[in-house]
Structures are given as C-alpha cells and as structure tokens.
Design a protein around this ligand. Structure first.
Ligand code: MD3
Ligand code: FE
Length: 200
C-alpha cells in the first residue's frame, strides 16, 4: 500500500547530527504546546516546524501557517540534510514545504488515531524520521473503523507513506521511556516532511 519502514536506518552519528539541527531550529522557532480545536484541550506533545509552511492548531482549527503563531516570525528553512533524505527516499520531484517536528517528552505523551488531511495535495508521500525513545506506533487503514496494528519504531528509523497509505489512520500509543540515550533529557523527536500545496 506504499508504506515502507526502514528500521534503524540512520546511524548514531547521523541521528546526532539531526538532533543538533532540531535543537538549532528550536532556537529560532520555539516548541509550542497547541490546544485542540473546539475543546481547547492541550496536546500531550510539543511542536515546531521548518519550511515555508508550518502545521499549527488553535481553538479555531488545524491549518498551515507561514509564521510561528507565538513569535510571528517565519519558520526556519528545512535543512539540506532533510531535503536530501526526502529526495533519496521518496523520489518525489518537488521539494517538501513543511517539516513538522513533534517532541514527546515522556510518559503520557501520545497522539491519538488521526489522518493527515490538512494539506492541499495527497499525491506527495510523507517521510518520517524518529529520534530518541522507541514509540509504539499504530497504523490502520483508510477508514477510522479499519483494523489497526501496532509496532515499535526505534531511533533512526525512517517511514515512508506513499500511495494509498498516505491517507491511512495512524497514531502513537505511547513511548518506551528510557529506551534511548540520544536525547539529553530522554523522550522522542519525530520529524515529518510534507508537501502542503499542489505543485504547479
Ligand atoms: C501515515 N506523527 O505528525 S509519524 C504527525 O510519531 C504524526 O509523531 C506521528 O502522525 C509521530 O502527523 C507519527 C508517522 C506518520 C506521519 C504522517 C503520516 C505516519 C503517517 C501521514 C499519513 C500516513
Ligand atoms: Fe499524522
């Protein structure tokens, strides 16, 4: 269905280099704890972005924004290392516009089953990189009621969601806290590279 998991794909050195990049990005665009539309309940994870478009949430909805909502400044550019990974693993002939970065700080950090459908186009794949503690990831199908399976995703793993899998329901059940020493304070970082607008 166009889904690929490359377990432990990045070596320790490459993982450290990506971690350093994320730390630098977060200096420019601080991690923010958004609230969910309507309910106003906070997420259990912190988020930031790189790219011309960043994914944000507030009481009025989910959307992409060219600026960080707290600082009002544009998001930093997507680092070349990440653009290289995008081209290598997706073969998609246009640049990604968003790198959403999710920070799971520890116990209780999760992401309930959802679809990524705030983008203008679903033709482009989504590329995802995990750093730090192992996540118990859940993958379903195109309908919310489809059966799901869960599997661990370790630090340095890459996932590609192309074709039909681009619109599959997915989420993160929990972390295996303490399973990785990569992040100085523990926890997990997840990077997703996306196309947001329709290429012309
Ligand atoms: C499958 N992030 O940012 S990554 C998200 O681990 C998100 O932080 C999770 O779901 C995380 O939206 C899961 C894997 C992932 C990301 C995007 C997808 C799987 C996907 C989009 C379509 C299908
Ligand atoms: Fe998602």
């Amino acid at each position: 269905m166009g889904f690929r998991l490359l377990p432990d794909h990045l070596n320790r050195e490459d993982q450290q280099a990506l971690l350093d990049l994320v730390m630098a990005l977060a200096q420019e665009a601080p991690f923010t704890r958004y609230v969910m539309p309507r309910t106003g309940r906070p997420f259990s994870i912190d988020m930031t972005n790189a790219g011309s478009q960043g994914w944000i949430a507030d009481r009025s909805g989910y959307r992409y924004s060219p600026v960080q909502p707290v600082t009002g400044r544009p998001w930093p550019a997507i680092p070349a290392t990440l653009l290289d990974l995008w081209h290598t693993h997706t073969g998609y002939p246009h640049e990604p516009e968003c790198c959403l970065i999710n920070h799971y700080r520890g116990e209780g950090a999760r992401l309930s089953l959802h679809r990524d459908e705030d983008e203008e186009t679903f033709d482009a794949p989504i590329l995802n990189i995990s750093l730090g503690d192992t996540a118990v990831f859940r993958l379903g199908g195109p309908k919310r009621t489809d059966p799901t399976r869960s599997f661990p995703v370790t630090s340095g793993s890459i996932m590609i969601f192309a074709g039909p899998s681009r619109l599959f329901y997915h989420g993160v059940d929990r972390l295996r806290v303490g399973s990785s020493q990569l992040l100085p304070d523990g926890g997990r970082l997840n990077l997703t590279l996306r196309r947001v607008t329709r290429p012309t």
